[in-house]
Ligand binder design. Sequence first.
Ligand SMILES: Nc1ncnc2c1ncn2[C@@H]1O[C@H](COP(=O)(O)OP(=O)(O)OP(=O)(O)O)[C@@H](O)[C@H]1O
Length: 228
Amino acid sequence: MLSVRGLDAGYGRSQVLSGVDLDVAPGEIVALLGRNGMGKTTLLHAILQLLPPWAGSVQFLGEPVTGVPAHRLARRGIALVPEGRQVFPNLTVEEHLTVFARPGRWTPQALYDLFPRLAERRGHLGDQLSGGEQQMLAMARALATNPRLLVLDEATEGLAPLVREEIWRVLAVLRAEGHAMLVVDKYVHRLVGLADRHVVLEKGRVAWTGTSAALSADRGLWSRYLGL
Ligand SMILES: Nc1ncnc2c1ncn2[C@@H]1O[C@H](COP(=O)(O)OP(=O)(O)OP(=O)(O)O)[C@@H](O)[C@H]1O
């Protein structure tokens, strides 16, 4: 579904990613791991064409996406839940779920069923929501586009434990429904339970890739690459 080959990217003159290969198959959940500053967000942004890659290729559903504007990618079926949520302060919850909506499984009502808290808040503006509610809304907004691939950047960051659990619950529901996802998150022990496969970045290169079982079995990887 997603195929990244030999991707280089960076900022100004400073190269961050070098020769990154990454695949996500239909229905597969891939976790992107690595310590702070290893290039995870940069890779997500280069895949989504928010940051123009320097070299290499990105294909989605068999077609090149390199150079395709990010909003067109959304129409092709990739949705990002960005770091920091970035909900719209002046749109209501309901508007977030309808303005970007495309037909499919995730109607506003299905999203309210998935996130009951958002149903209670449907008339509130983005900036009237708590951080946890904003995170739920960022996820619901992405799902409202009925994406083929959902990309999540630190969706549980900075949340109270109960809200964090709510996000993991929803991710488990999406997994059960066979959603393809590319996930960056600090809670590696939770990702082991969620993801099929893991890709570890070390200084902008792929240092290791393997299944959840292989990652669980080798604690040396956790200390070497993840500082855990
Ligand atoms: N907008 C930017 N301009 C210049 N350098 C940047 C920019 N964003 C990130 N970097 C640098 O690129 C490198 C990779 O950062 P990136 O945010 O991709 O890492 P990360 O693995 O997502 O880490 P974190 O978990 O801290 O977000 C770091 O050295 C960072 O300082």
